[in-house]
Design a protein around this ligand. Structure first.
Ligand code: FAD
Ligand code: SF4
Length: 464
């Protein structure tokens, strides 16, 4: 394999055009482009990329198979460690994981591992061998939530021979993949729906519109509905607000609500009558992936859209690619800026955001330099909508309604490294345990818990 070839660029929609539509930004590689990019991998004997992947995907092996044109083998090699390659190839923060560690990145550009993973994942969806349902003879498991954690746990258990039923609160399965991450980053029909269909084909039942903790509870699933174990993958969907004056004015929304209206309820599509208010100018407070998704959605809905972030560009937690795409699409960035009040008009609607300028002081507990307000630096940003993208926490409903389920002070479910909670027979993983994190970590936690559930049920003394 050659080493001096430059990284193969990926074709993307023109920024001016895409700022007016919801179609996917990146077109991904063709077979020729993927093969050329695969030829750059040095096939390191001690591959640093694998150590930096949260689930240890055998990266050089799948790249070698792809380079040799053995696409089913490449797909099988990835599948041994990841159930959602099309999705992870699109949304993983590769620059801080596999690609951040790739040896080629020391002097030049790392192998485009994410784009290659996406290519293989998409090939598998279009051409790969369909999964066979296994005989269901081992027991029954209930899975709460159909995000990456729940889907991964359910499909592994189904492959092992368990009868699995997912209970999902919303009317469509997929969790954040469907209601949070926008269409222009992750196509719903072409990718997410087909990944979910593959889980169904394994024999997994999915019941939507069921909020566990209301009509059903974890206790009733175990004691009355005959499930041998329960996996909780309920995510962290409860938005945080700043607690500043004016936050209850009309026109202030959480990023979760804003994105759910746009994505899950298709507010961007004229065929749907979901209301979404953007006004002329939208200010999005925050600097993570959620903030980037909200601000780019607002721009596509026709607003002049601005990120308001209290630290500097270096500390932005969003993926580098999303920040780059946002800038190309004309998003404004007000860095080192912190809101202190939402300003309203006489009818109770937002008319602006009062902010202060910040400077960076000493590092805080997270190791990042903490922002400090500059005295006398107040100024106003004119806007009609303020979207708060300040992070989320797990919803307390399940912990409040389940006997013996411990949580930490952030409301996250307490679980050991295998996903076992403090309640016998109840396992948990993903954002519900870690707080808001990443797709790959949630998927990995779901798979780890599936192995622990299998062991638990096999060793259960009173198994029927
Ligand atoms: P979720 O995906 O949140 O799924 C939980 C599911 O459980 C939901 O469908 C919910 O409706 C359901 N549920 C909750 N309570 C109940 C109940 N009581 N009964 C029944 N069902 C219930 N990560 C990345 O790696 N890259 C990114 O680019 C990225 N961008 C993001 C952008 C946005 C806008 C958001 C919000 C998150 C983003 N993330 C990203 C984070 C990532 O999506 C999450 O870490 C991941 O989805 C967590 O998976 P999960 O399965 O734990 O939970
Ligand atoms: Fe290939 Fe880079 Fe991994 Fe080495 S570190 S095996 S060059 S992807």
């Amino acid at each position: 394999m050659a080493t001096k070839i430059p990284r193969v660029p990926v074709r993307e929609q023109n920024p001016e055009l895409r700022a007016t539509n919801f179609e996917e930004v990146s077109y991904g590689y063709s077979l020729e482009e993927a093969t050329a990019e695969a030829s750059r991998c040095l096939q390191c004997r001690n591959p640093r990329c694998v150590g930096a992947c949260p689930v240890g995907i055998r990266i050089p092996d799948f790249i070698a198979a792809l380079h040799a044109g053995q696409l089913q083998r490449a797909a099988d090699l990835i599948a041994a460690d990841s159930s959602l390659p099309s999705i992870c190839g699109r949304v993983c923060p590769q620059e801080t994981q596999c690609e951040g560690a790739c040896i080629l990145g020391i002097k030049g550009e790392p192998v485009a591992i994410g784009k290659l993973e996406r290519f293989v994942g998409d090939w598998k969806i279009d051409h790969g061998a369909a999964p066979e349902p296994a005989p269901r003879n081992k027991g029954r498991v209930a899975v709460i939530g159909s995000g990456p954690a729940g889907l991964a746990c359910a499909s592994d258990l189904a492959r092992m021979g368990y009868g699995v039923k997912i209970f999902e609160a919303l009317h469509e399965p997929g969790g954040v993949l469907v209601y949070g991450i926008p269409e222009f980053r992750l196509p719903k029909e072409r990718i997410v729906a087909r990944e979910i269909e593959a889980v169904r084909r394994l024999g997994v039942e999915i019941e939507t519109d069921v909020i566990v903790g209301r009509t059903l509870t974890v206790d009733s699933l175990l004691d009355e509905e005959g499930f041998d174990a329960v996996f909780i993958g309920s995510g962290a969907g409860l938005p945080r607000f700043m607690g500043i004056p004016g936050e209850n004015l009309n026109g202030v929304v959480s990023a979760n609500e804003f994105l759910t209206r746009a994505n899950l309820m298709r507010a961007y599509d004229a065929q749907y009558d979901t209301p979404i208010y953007v006004g002329r100018r939208v200010a999005v407070v925050g600097g993570g992936n959620v903030a980037m998704d909200a601000v780019r959605t607002a721009r596509r809905l026709g607003a002049e859209a601005t990120i308001v972030y209290r630290r500097s560009e270096r500390e932005l937690p969003a993926r580098v690619e999303e920040v780059h795409h946002a800038r190309e699409e004309g998003i404004r960035f007000r860095m080192l800026t912190n809101p202190v009040e939402v300003l309203g008009d006489e009818r109770g609607w937002v008319r602006g955001l009062r902010c202060v300028e910040m400077e960076l002081g000493e590092p805080d507990a997270s190791g990042r330099r903490s922002p400090v307000a500059k005295p006398g630096s107040e100024f106003d940003i004119d806007c009609e909508v303020v979207v708060m993208a300040l992070g989320t926490s797990p919803n307390p409903l399940l912990s409040a309604t389940t006997e013996g389920l411990a949580t930490d002070r952030r409301g996250c479910i307490t679980a050991d490294e295998h996903g076992a909670t403090t309640r016998e027979g109840v396992f948990a993983g993903g954002d519900a345990v870690t707080g808001a994190a990443t797709v790959i970590l949630a998927m990995g936690a779901g798979r780890t818990a599936a192995r622990a559930i299998d062991e638990y049920i096999r060793n259960k003394p009173h198994k029927k």
